[in-house]
Design a protein around this ligand. Structure first.
Ligand SMILES: [Ca+2]
Ligand SMILES: [Ca+2]
Ligand SMILES: [Ca+2]
Length: 204
């Protein structure tokens, strides 16, 4: 009975993990600020481009530009070359599964430049988010995409700011919402455990 209880607990924790199954996570805190014109060189899959002159900055804690303290490292989507880059990454997505790209965006926090926009791409979806320079601290935004074909898809962030003072990005994740069948399988598993536990009890 004890083993059954432990197994049920494990299954339940697996269930809560599955309900927000993370395919990708990044808080940028593993990267040290300041890295102006940041070249991640594929670290955790990140690339910046399309050309070497299109840049982003890695700023935050321990650097000269910790504009929103308490968030470790984060990204200024407009680098230091007067040409903002596209910060891109790639994930393998399964056909028919719904995925959520979640991310934090904030205004530039440095100069009143009114509203600047950030274009976000995820699989087959693109959306523009508007950030006010000082009035928007980090807020969570998301995009949802359900691919029809299992494949590797890109997601990326870029701003229309090309003056080196750009909107900020932190805490990027891609999570899968599991199919109803996954829950059905888990419930079937729980039923089986209950059955074998009862059988052992009867035998004893
Ligand atoms: Ca961070
Ligand atoms: Ca910059
Ligand atoms: Ca700007």
């Amino acid at each position: 009975m004890k083993i059954a209880k432990i197994t049920i607990a494990l299954l339940l924790s697996l269930g809560s993990t599955l309900s927000q199954a993370a395919v990708f996570t990044e808080d940028f805190n593993g990267f040290t600020a300041d890295q102006l014109n940041w070249n991640p060189a594929g670290a955790n899959g990140w690339v910046v481009g399309p050309t070497a002159n299109d840049t982003v900055d890695l700023i935050g804690q321990g650097g000269s530009f910790d504009l929103l303290p308490g968030n470790g490292s984060y990204v200024d989507l407009d680098g230091s070359t007067n040409s903002s880059g596209v910060l891109r990454n790639f994930v393998k997505l399964i056909a028919g599964t719904q995925y959520t790209l979640s991310f934090w965006l904030a205004g530039n926090q440095r100069a009143d430049q009114g509203t600047e926009s950030v274009n976000v791409h995820f699989g087959g979806v693109d959306q523009t988010f508007n950030l006010k320079s000082y009035l928007d601290p980090f807020k969570t935004f998301s995009l949802i995409y359900t691919p029809t074909v299992t494949d590797t898809y890109s997601f990326g962030f870029t701003t229309n700011s090309n003056d080196n003072v750009g909107a900020l990005l932190d805490n990027v994740s891609v999570t899968a919402v599991p199919e109803p069948e996954t829950y059905a399988l888990m419930l079937a598993g729980l039923g089986l455990i209950g059955f074998s536990a009862r059988r052992r009890k009867t035998q004893a």
